[in-house]
Design a protein around this ligand. Structure first.
Ligand SMILES: [Zn+2]
Length: 255
């Protein structure tokens, strides 16, 4: 069965199992292997689900976050291909769907409170502001994903964004070698951009990369690029990143 079909079936079963209606006595129609299914982490302020899925053939723990800024849907539209591809790779992978589903539904970068979900993490450089929230984790979506990341304790994190200046890969923590590896897999015109050029207090990269010392890549597609320009390089980059195994030291660019 195709992974997406299995995932949808799994979600249907998950929804059915949480329903108050008694389960039917016959199980004949239930597949013995529904495959990977979405797991509910909680709900957003407007009640939308925060979801994650366990994938991969086993190995280092890798977290992939398909969306965080509501106006950057380039990664989210590739979730079906991500599920199929990540499930084959030699890693223990958690795919997080969308940190900011309310923003995605409203085509708004931030949350319904006007907070940037990539400035609301409990990094040591967090400072309260209307755009960053009164305190870390004030946004339910961020708080749910944060708790699950603590539980999962990924050894590598990849987050999908988009910008008019893309496509490139930015990184925090000991991730320079990972960034080169992703861009080499993705191919031209992808490049490594070591600094965004502005401060990012309270960002996921600050918390995970700088405070926890875990490599984290910020993958920036070209904003508005058609799916054919974003999907294939993304999947090639992830394959290159994960199939070659863990990478502790920065690796210089070869070409
Ligand atoms: Zn972004």
């Amino acid at each position: 069965m195709a992974p997406l079909t299995r995932a949808l079936l799994g979600l249907t079963l998950l929804a059915a199992s949480s329903c108050a209606v008694p389960a039917p006595t016959s199980r004949a129609s239930v597949s013995p292997d529904p495959g990977p299914a979405w797991r509910m982490l909680g709900v957003s302020r407007e009640g939308r689900p925060l979801r994650a899925m366990e994938l991969g053939a086993g190995g280092p723990r890798v977290a992939v976050i398909a969306g965080i800024h509501g106006t950057e849907q380039e990664g989210l539209r590739h979730v079906p291909e991500l599920i199929a591809t990540l499930d084959e790779l030699p890693a223990t992978i958690t795919l997080y769907e969308d940190v900011n589903p309310d923003g995605s539904a409203r085509a708004r970068r931030g949350t319904v409170s006007g907070v940037d979900p990539n400035r609301n993490w409990p990094a040591t450089n967090f400072a309260p502001a209307p755009s960053r929230g009164p305190r870390p984790l004030s946004e339910p979506g961020v708080a749910h994903v944060y708790r699950d990341l603590l539980r999962f304790d990924p050894e590598l994190v990849v987050v999908l964004h988009s910008t008019a200046r893309g496509p490139f890969v930015n990184f925090d923590g000991p991730a320079e070698g990972h960034a080169w590896r992703f861009t080499e897999g993705a191919g031209p015109p992808w490049f490594v951009k070591p600094s965004m050029g502005y401060a990012t207090p309270g960002s996921l990269g600050s918390w995970m990369g700088l405070d926890r010392g875990r490599p984290i890549l910020t993958v920036e597609f070209r904003r508005g690029a058609p799916p054919g320009e974003t999907g294939p390089p993304l999947l090639r980059g992830l394959r290159a990143l994960i199939e070659e195994g863990p990478l502790d030291e920065p690796r210089p660019r070869v070409r």
